[in-house]
Design a protein around this ligand. Structure first.
Ligand code: N01
Length: 551
């Protein structure tokens, strides 16, 4: 393996590693690779770092994991010096943090911005990848790491007439970089997932009128956001070693919080309500950690769902609107639970309307209105909070060709297949960070990102020490892992929801539960054991060995 950049010059660059994406995953991957002396180049389609936080600038965008935990742990100096202002930092602050990290670790000199990766083709003779960019350059690399993000491919809905709308149309996942002013405008908002639920209250304050078009009512709990005090920051900073250890090794979802030791049906009604009420008051995602069987047992789940439905009825004055806002189509938590500030109360405002598009789907969008059940809802601007082609969408946009010219899209036509979510058989030296088959979107993403980056960095270092040239998932190991991922998911309530975890939000996408639901601690132990056993389930080869495909 070469060290340092080699052969500069247009069209002739060659690196040890090409990293695709300069979000939190790509930035940390670059930092680790540099530390190991690998030459690396990061390509980023945006004009700056930050990935999802670079694109998702919609009003009200903030993280739903507390910032003291949604932050890198790899540098103690970094986590001690950065001051988060609020419990859940707003998007602009998270983006400032990403830029601070890029500057502090001098990352920018190896990142090429405004450049998409169009294709990556594996050459079985040389054992290297040819990676082509949107600028027409082709670079060579021994390894490719996809740090493309799980929720990066914003999806416009296929609604008749959308292109005929005369006003501006915004997508929450691809928001303009200039401020958008809705003052005096009638705004239509389509979509009531996390993005719609975060943005509705802010848009309602600004616009003259907001119409929310709801297909599926969603469960949401209050964020209880607020300024962080020095004491609160200190409580984390002074205990970071234990908090980070717990998040990595014990918590299922990578978040430090008390773990429930009993099921919902082990308590009587009164105790249960008190526990839910306490969690509701505290706010945040960990509402679902009131009991340990809410994701497993429908009767237990119903108790939490009923509690939230009751809260919606308490908050929303109009009983008709309240009923429409109460989710009934899926167990609570099986679609990503939302965390909001005043979402349900927004429907008490006189300038906010709710339109049910489940019973009567949108017929069409005209030049100035959204037509539902024969009624034209006149709007001046449209906000699409319609989500993403999640987990596989960004990977699918790259033409990736492995052994025998097979494309990754062909291989994944029936659903993504990976070993540990890290590699896919037939695609040597191609790694995916937080890919399908790993805990990924079911966890605090930064915990999972750091785990994957460290594992990949260690693997590359190990290959180099042993003089090995390629690493590839074994097909048997991959099949067993895919079966295990499905089996664990089938034991939960998650597959009951039409969620983006299942690919259900994209017409024609195979319905497979994509992330690994076994928990980040369990998953980390599996990955560590695999590495300790000499990368069991992976085929490792020297450059001079015959390049037989993995069994
Ligand atoms: O997207 P979504 P999102 N016609 O897919 C509706 C993370 N995130 O951007 O449910 C009409 O959840 C769709 O309806 P339905 C977080 O992990 C985090 O909101 O398919 N409606 C749904 O209501 C989150 O889960 C944060 O019936 C259509 C909505 O659009 C993930 O990103 C903030 C439609 C899409 O909801 C995605 O969230 C934001 C159509 N044709 C996002 N197509 C935080 O950290 C779709 N919909 C807080």
């Amino acid at each position: 393996m070469s060290q340092g950049h080699t052969s500069p010059g247009r069209g002739a660059e060659s690196y040890d590693v090409v990293v695709v994406g300069a979000g939190f995953a790509g930035m940390y991957m670059l930092h680790r690779l540099r530390g190991l002396g690998f030459s690396a180049r990061v390509y980023e389609q945006g004009s700056g770092v930050g990935g999802t936080w670079y694109w998702n600038r919609y009003p009200g965008a903030r993280c739903d994991v507390e910032s003291m935990q949604y932050s890198y742990s790899f540098s103690d100096e970094l986590q001690q010096e950065w001051d988060w202002s609020e419990r859940y930092a707003p998007q602009a602050e998270i983006l400032r943090y990403a830029n601070h990290v890029a500057d502090r670790f001098d990352l920018r000199r190896d990142i090429q911005f405004d450049t998409r990766i169009e294709s990556a083709v594996f050459d079985e003779v040389t054992g290297r990848w040819a990676v082509t960019t949107s600028r027409g350059d082709t670079v060579q690399a021994q390894f490719v790491v996809l740090a493309t993000g799980c929720l990066s491919n914003a999806r416009k809905p296929d609604i008749k007439g959308l292109e005929t709308f005369k006003g501006p149309v915004y997508h929450t996942g691809n928001w303009p970089h200039e401020p958008v002013d809705f003052t005096g405008l009638r705004v239509g908002l389509i979509g009531t997932g996390s993005s719609g639920i975060q943005s509705a209250p802010i848009i309602a304050e600004q616009a003259s009128h907001l119409t929310v078009f709801q297909r599926t009512a969603n469960f949401s709990v209050p964020a209880r956001n607020g300024a962080l005090s020095d004491e609160e920051r200190g409580a984390f900073r002074n205990n970071y070693p234990e908090i980070r250890r717990f998040a990595r090794e014990v918590a299922r979802n990578g978040i430090y919080t008390e773990q429930p030791d009993r099921g919902a049906l082990d308590d009587d009604e009164e105790t249960r309500r008190a526990k839910y009420a306490a969690r509701w008051e505290r706010g945040g995602l960990t509402f679902m950690y009131a009991y340990n069987n809410l994701g497993l047992d429908r009767t237990a789940n119903d108790t939490a769902a009923d509690f939230v439905r009751g809260k919606i009825a308490e908050i929303v004055n109009d009983p008709g609107k309240a009923k429409l806002l109460q989710p009934n189509s899926h167990p609570i938590g099986t679609k990503r639970i939302c965390v909001d500030t005043d979402y349900f109360a927004t429907f008490n405002r006189p300038n906010v309307a709710l339109v049910d598009i489940k019973t009567h789907p949108i017929e069409e969008i005209t030049a100035s209105a959204v037509r539902v059940a024969g009624t034209d809802h006149e709007v001046d601007a449209l906000v699409l909070a319609t989500g993403f082609d999640a987990m596989t969408g960004s990977v699918a946009r790259i033409d990736i060709r492995g052994r025998g010219g097979q494309t990754l899209n062909q291989k994944w036509a029936e659903g993504p297949k990976t070993y540990l979510g890290l590699m896919s058989a037939g695609f040597p030296n191609l790694f995916i960070i937080t890919g399908p088959g790993s805990p990924s979107v079911l966890s605090n993403m930064i915990v999972s990102i750091e785990q994957h980056v460290d594992w990949i960095a260690d693997a590359l270092g190990s290959l180099r020490r042993q003089g090995l040239a390629t690493m590839e998932a074994d097909r048997d190991a991959e099949e067993k892992w895919v079966a295990h991922v499905n089996e664990v998911a089938a034991g939960t309530l998650y597959p009951q929801a039409n969620s983006w975890y299942m690919g259900a939000n994209v017409p024609g996408k195979p319905r497979i539960f994509m992330p690994y639901i076994g928990g980040v601690g369990v998953y980390r132990r599996i990955c560590d054991e695999v590495a300790a056993k000499g990368y069991e389930g992976f085929v490792l080869q020297r450059a001079d060995q015959p390049r037989a495909a993995a069994s």
